[in-house]
Design a protein around this ligand. Structure first.
Ligand SMILES: Cc1cc2nc3c(=O)[nH]c(=O)nc-3n(C[C@H](O)[C@H](O)[C@H](O)COP(=O)(O)OP(=O)(O)OC[C@H]3O[C@@H](n4cnc5c(N)ncnc54)[C@H](O)[C@@H]3O)c2cc1C
Length: 465
């Protein structure tokens, strides 16, 4: 069977694309490599979830010094099924920065606001009702003690009756459900190996289950897999080069009271230094607590028994560094590299220091920064030396926000697609996911990439009318 539109990947970018195309009456197929896992079937933030819904069980790394551990979801719904659901609109200054650097048309805040409104409506974006969870309250206390700005971040979560578990509004529950209701076909467990590109057009989508034909192909595989697929298909112009992320460092903090809810995490973020730096909370299952102590495990293993009084907090930065996605003949996975600049390392040390200061102000009597050989920090006077001692060799840096590997814009020397995601030089090929955002935006990115994806697919459909 031949389709009007084939969408590769069913994460937030792919789900928005599929819904809008199907609603306009087009024949749509979504090809998703990962499994179909009903929301709630895997415990959030668990090892079971990592095995079933993450690429390579969550074990992926960008090579560099230090290397950066990153994770990508791989399941129907993509990252929306596993992530924390924290929602922001990007700062207008960041949109201006992108527009100027890549000559992007129509990306001002006023251009995007209607798309943000629409996304917020469908995802039921709401601020969590009080009381704030205990791990969040630690951040709030610390911020207030220091006079720093912060907020309980809105989420795509529906709060039912009191006591009922909140329901995360993942793509499977929202945009993909709408797409399917409008007639889209979603095929899980189908990996797209390559696009056949001939004479400036895609003539076929080669999957591990055979060839799919479509008039237009939209690649939405996420910021690592989208460039990998384009490169495997011989589409190379400005593809895979500008990988950008929010490098993140962590601290384990022990409080006097129980703060750990293994099913959830802190929703409060400290925004005093935003968008350059954000502080917040990470998942805190006992396994994650142990991971937080892995750099000092010989000394600190017995601490992990007290996990109910502990929580892991992070500082993440907008990075000046960049990375690259490359493909190797015959290898299923791309090779990813990332270079943290000297300024990035200084910003990460500063972030670690500010975070520990804040946690001390919130009453944490014991902190262990997550890097190899880190000292225990038991009073505010030890914070500065402990942050400064994080060397490149010892640092444990991670990221879950990846962007920038197929940037949009009219400047063909820098961009891989036009301002609306149509790939330069291939008439019936688009990208519509996090790869388009020229750099990591300084806020959790899903809301921004969905607004951009909605704007882009609307433009594509206008063109096809
Ligand atoms: C643990 C975690 C926590 C996060 N927390 C937040 C948060 O709180 N707020 C926020 O805004 N963002 C958060 N993010 C980031 C957010 O989830 C991503 O920015 C977003 O999911 C990216 O959407 P996407 O459509 O670009 O790609 P993805 O969500 O990565 O989806 C891509 C999909 O395409 C599939 N695919 C890839 N290649 C192929 C192929 N060749 N063939 C077939 N299928 C393919 C993949 O299997 C995947 O399912 C988090 C991410 C993670 C991992």
């Amino acid at each position: 069977m031949s389709y009007d539109v084939a969408v590769v990947g069913s994460g937030p970018g792919g789900a928005v694309t599929a819904r809008e195309c199907a609603r306009r009456g087009l024949r749509v197929v979504v090809l998703e490599e990962g499994a179909w896992v009903e929301p709630g079937a895997a415990e959030p933030y668990s090892l079971d979830q990592m095995r079933r819904q993450y690429r390579n069980q969550g074990l992926t790394v960008a090579l560099g010094r230090p290397p950066v551990a990153y994770t990508e979801a791989s399941c129907v719904g993509g990252g929306s099924e596993v992530n924390s659901g924290l929602y922001h609109r990007v700062d207008p200054e960041v949109l201006d920065e992108w527009s100027a650097a890549y000559a992007i048309e129509g990306l001002g805040r006023a251009d995007l606001d209607p798309w943000f409104d629409s996304v917020e409506d469908r995802l039921s974006i709401t601020t969590p009702p009080p009381p704030m969870n205990a791990a969040s309250d630690v951040l709030r206390r610390g911020a207030e003690a220091l006079g720093w700005d912060g907020l309980d971040v809105p989420r795509w979560v529906r709060h039912g009756a009191s006591g009922a578990a909140p329901e995360k509004q993942t793509m499977l529950r929202t945009y993909l459900a709408d797409a399917i209701a409008a007639g889209a076909e979603v095929r899980s467990g189908v990996r797209v190996e390559r696009l056949r590109v001939e004479g400036g057009r895609v003539s076929g989508v080669e999957t591990d289950r055979g060839v799919v034909r479509a008039d237009h192909v939209v690649v939405c595989g996420g910021a690592v897999q989208t460039p990998a697929l384009l490169l495997r298909s011989g589409v190379r112009r400005n593809v895979g080069r500008g990988l950008s992320m929010h490098p993140t460092v962590k601290v384990l903090a022990q409080l006097d009271e129980d703060v750990n809810d293994p099913r959830d995490l802190a929703t409060y973020q400290v925004k005093e230094f935003a968008p350059a730096m954000t502080m917040g909370g990470s998942a805190g299952r006992p396994g994650m607590i142990a991971l937080g102590l892995s750099g000092t495990w010989d000394r600190d293993r017995e601490l992990s028994a007290d996990w109910r009084r502990q929580s892991v907090y992070y500082a993440s930065i907008r990075s000046q560094g960049t990375g690259r996605v490359r493909v190797l003949p015959g290898a299923a996975d791309p090779v990813v590299t990332y270079h943290l600049t000297r300024r990035d390392m200084a910003a990460l040390r500063a972030g670690l220091g500010r975070l520990m200061l804040l946690l001390s102000a919130a009453g944490a009597r014991l902190q262990v920064p997550s890097y190899v050989g880190a000292p225990r920090v038991t009073d505010a006077g030890q914070v500065g030396p402990a942050a400064e001692a994080m060397s490149r060799a010892a640092a444990a840096v991670m990221s879950v926000h990846l962007c920038g590997t197929a940037p949009m814009g009219e400047d063909v020397r820098r961009s891989a697609t036009d301002s609306f995601g149509r790939v330069h030089g291939v008439a019936n090929l688009s990208v519509n996911d996090a790869s388009l955002l020229p750099s990591a935006p300084g806020v959790n990115p899903q809301g921004t990439l969905m607004a951009v994806a909605h704007r882009n697919v609307d433009r594509l459909l206008e063109g096809s009318r």
